[in-house]
Design a binder for this molecule. Structure first.
Ligand code: SF4
Ligand code: SF4
Length: 380
């Protein structure tokens, strides 16, 4: 039986309508990896299934709901270069999924176009998430000609005033112009990809815009529908904005939203809806479900490798070591071992960011965190 990870479950929602497969090498590796994930091998004979490459530490917006507002980010000049993509070839050759983002705005990178031109050589499912403000003609054309599979565009307000307020200085008009341009280029070259998805941050001050989101994705051909993310506070004062603590109010609105989406044939990925046995309240339970260090390889903008998207534990640097050596080096092994043996990884004990952690505890953990990721330090 093939093991399904959280990414598979998310993407399957899309692929059931329009199937997409990576190359045979990547599919075979994914199959092998799923077995090793189940047995939680400390030394993996399969390669990572998902490679995340965070191209930069910068972002051009200052969204009101973003944890970046509460942390100072070191090393703002760090950048992944096209040469780094070459160095990553050994893991990219076999990766089923390549993501070009983690916690910043990928399109702000001055290397974005040459990187997109290089990444298309790997027959993977490539995705990126963007606020869309920098999606100009050159970038859109590079996304289309390189067959980038998915683009997630974050937006939770659908007029200029609200957009500017929630998305920290961005322009809704610019966003619309950019999406229109991308759709035009896709049409001109008769391409279905990149397939678009809207990412909607659900808070008590955005919940009223859910219906607008449905209209938006229909109007602008977002074939992958809407991803709804629950907001978690990074400062205690924002607790009243967390939907999970206002669930009696939110639940009927969300049920109504789901029904409307179903009638309009719009796909949804609801971050609060996960299988029943996921998201236990206790940390050990959540860690026992998580397979991140067994399936993912995450590269920061200065070439460091961390064993999961949340982690600040450095496993190596691709500019000094071969990525496949890092994948099974002592630090990676130790991180995997500490997913089952005590003491558990410090990162896992404070983990606030994955789908295995109960939404009731995400904010409680994030609000206490002094550092997150490898280089976000809480502002004093
Ligand atoms: S665009 Fe994304 S990364 Fe940038 S501030 Fe907004 S939420 Fe944060
Ligand atoms: S920190 Fe969280 S996401 Fe990372 S390996 Fe641990 S439990 Fe999984």
């Amino acid at each position: 039986m093939s093991y399904k990870n959280k990414i598979d479950i998310i993407t399957e929602k899309s692929f059931q309508k329009k199937p997409f497969y990576a190359c045979d090498i990547a599919e075979n590796n994914a199959e092998k990896n799923s077995k090793e994930c189940i047995s939680r091998e400390v030394i993996m004979s399969s390669n990572p299934v998902r490679v995340r490459i965070d191209l930069t530490n910068k972002c051009n917006l200052n969204c009101i709901f973003c944890y970046r507002r509460h942390f100072e980010i070191k090393n703002m000049k760090a950048l992944i270069t096209p040469d780094d993509i070459e160095l990553l070839s050994p893991v990219l050759n076999t990766a089923k999924y390549i993501s070009l983002f983690r916690n910043s705005e990928p399109l702000i990178s001055p290397h974005i176009i040459p990187i997109l031109d290089k990444i298309s050589a790997f027959n993977s499912i490539v995705s990126l998430s963007t606020n869309g403000q920098l999606l100009n003609n050159d970038v859109s054309w590079a996304l289309v000609r390189n067959n980038i599979t998915f683009i997630t565009i974050s937006c939770c307000a659908f007029d200029d005033d609200h957009y500017r307020k929630l998305h920290g200085g961005g322009s809704y008009k610019t966003l619309l112009e950019n999406i229109n341009l991308l759709n035009l280029i896709k049409k001109e070259y008769n391409k279905e990809i990149p397939r678009l998805r809207l990412s909607f941050m659900l808070r008590m001050d955005t919940i009223d815009y859910l219906d607008d989101a449905l209209e938006f994705v229909k109007k602008y051909n977002f074939s992958e529908g809407i991803q709804v993310l629950l907001f978690y506070r990074a400062q205690e004062d924002d607790k009243h904005l967390e939907p999970i603590f206002n669930w009696d109010y939110c639940k009927p609105i969300l049920d109504d939203f789901k029904e409307k989406a179903r009638k309009k044939n719009i796909m949804l990925d609801l971050s609060y809806e996960v299988p029943d046995n996921w998201r236990p309240l206790d940390t050990e339970g959540a860690v026992s479900l998580c397979y991140e260090p067994f399936e993912t390889f995450t590269v920061t903008p200065n070439g460091d490798v961390v064993p999961c998207t949340v982690s600040g534990t450095l496993a190596g640097n691709i500019r000094f070591e071969d990525p496949l050596s890092i994948w099974n080096n002592y630090k990676y092994q130790e991180f995997r071992r500490r997913m089952k043996d005590k003491p558990l990884n410090k990162d896992c004990m404070g983990c606030w960011h994955c789908r295995y952690v109960s939404p009731l505890t995400h904010g409680n953990k994030l609000v206490k965190a002094e550092t997150i990721f490898d280089n976000f330090y809480r502002k004093q």
